[in-house]
Design a binder for this molecule. Structure first.
Ligand code: NAD
Ligand code: ISE
Length: 334
């Protein structure tokens, strides 16, 4: 049994605790922590977990074998560095950190420790739909992918969500999954701001149109609109030489009523990728028990942050910003 400590008992922390406790196998949450300690007690007490009000004490608890970090992005580095220091595996929710510089510090610390310890929560790589699309592209039947059109639409966000977060908290999913999907690397990024919704606030530009150009010339266009009101709607279309592949939201019953034909759109991110989260955490438990680390790495987290930094820079100027990931360290070559 993998004895897990969870740092951060907010929305996704509670989701992961629930799936480990009630759905998955091979793992047990034995400790939880949150700076808001009442929140940690609320989820930790019913399952008999030790409750901490800081991550260091949880990471250093000898009864904790591995850590799940589900604090906000700006707080990830602290916990991940503590885990590396003591040599414990850590599953860190996306983004690894909020800047390439901080993620590079983690990469360097992991390499210095000489052991693969970090997995980043890029769960779309575990989604059946994205996996099928990858297989279709790799079959060669569609020819080369030429451009991608994606939407990342959220119904609404709070006032603590600002303009850069549209990139490093939201588009970071597309940043990671798209280059993985097409087997390419980004070389430049650009953002254009269309007319803004009245539903945003002074610190958030919404919507934003993001363009990522790959080395092959492929361009990915990502529409991020986080106050779209109508639902949580993630779509991806890949235009190839020999055909077009669409990855829409999973099918739900449509209905005819009151003179209309309706296709409902969900509102909840927790449900849209529920199977992907289950698979991701189950595979992390399984591989961690075997002393392996197979999922998205700290290097993948760094590459996503480097790309995010370029997009964030373009938010200010609208200009095309180059991206140079450099050479993949030997340590991360598969
Ligand atoms: P949240 O605000 O609901 O929860 C964060 C929790 O962390 C809160 O309980 C807060 O009190 C606590 N916290 C803050 N700083 C802390 C610290 N220094 N130490 C310990 N606890 C601390 O946020 P959330 O929506 O659960 O998001 C958490 C992370 O998960 C973010 O990185 C977010 O990007 C990621 N996330 C990923 C997905 C996904 O689809 N993979 C979905 C949602 C959130
Ligand atoms: C949130 O943190 C997530 O990861 C969701 O998947 C994303 O849609 C949302 O925009 C983020 O804030």
């Amino acid at each position: 049994m993998l004895r897990i400590g969870v740092v951060g008992c907010g929305a996704i922390g509670r989701e992961h605790i629930d799936r480990i406790t009630n759905k998955l196998s091979g793992g047990k949450v034995v400790a939880v922590s949150d700076v808001f300690v009442e929140g940690a007690h609320k989820v930790g007490d019913p399952i008999g977990a030790t409750v901490y009000n800081n991550s260091a004490d949880l990471v250093n608890d000898p009864d904790v074998d591995a850590i799940i970090c589900t604090t906000p992005g700006f707080a990830h580095k602290e916990t991940v560095m503590q885990a590396i220091e003591i040599g414990k595996p850590v599953f860190c929710e996306k983004p690894l950190t909020t800047t390439a510089e901080d993620s590079m510090d983690i990469v360097e610390a992991e390499i210095a420790g000489g052991k693969h310890l970090i997995q980043v929560g890029f769960m779309r790589r575990y989604d059946k739909g994205y996996r099928q699309v990858k297989e279709m592209l790799e079959s060669g039947e569609f020819g080369a992918p030429l451009y991608l059109k994606c939407t990342h639409w959220n119904p609404e966000v709070g006032t603590n969500y600002d303009t850069p977060m549209a990139v490093y908290d939201t588009a970071i999913h597309e940043i990671d999954v798209l280059h993985w999907l097409v087997g390419d690397e980004y070389e430049s990024a650009q953002i254009m701001m269309p007319r803004q919704t009245k539903h945003t606030h002074p610190d958030l530009k919404d919507p934003q149109l993001m363009f990522l150009k790959c080395r092959s010339g492929l361009i990915a266009m990502v529409e991020v609109f986080v106050n779209c009101r109508f639902g949580y709607d993630i779509n991806c279309q890949i235009v190839c030489e020999e055909g077009v592949i669409d990855l829409p939201s999973p099918a739900v019953p449509t209905y005819r009523k009151s003179g209309g034909l309706t296709t409902p759109i969900g509102h909840d991110w927790k449900k849209r990728f529920i199977e992907a989260y289950d698979t991701e955490i189950q595979e992390w438990i399984n591989s961690t028990r075997k002393g392996e680390m197979n999922g998205p790495s700290a290097w993948d987290g760094f590459v996503a942050n480097l790309t995010a930094d370029a997009l964030v820079a373009s938010q200010q100027t609208g200009e095309v910003v180059p991206i140079d990931i450099g050479v993949v360290p030997e340590f991360y070559k598969k």
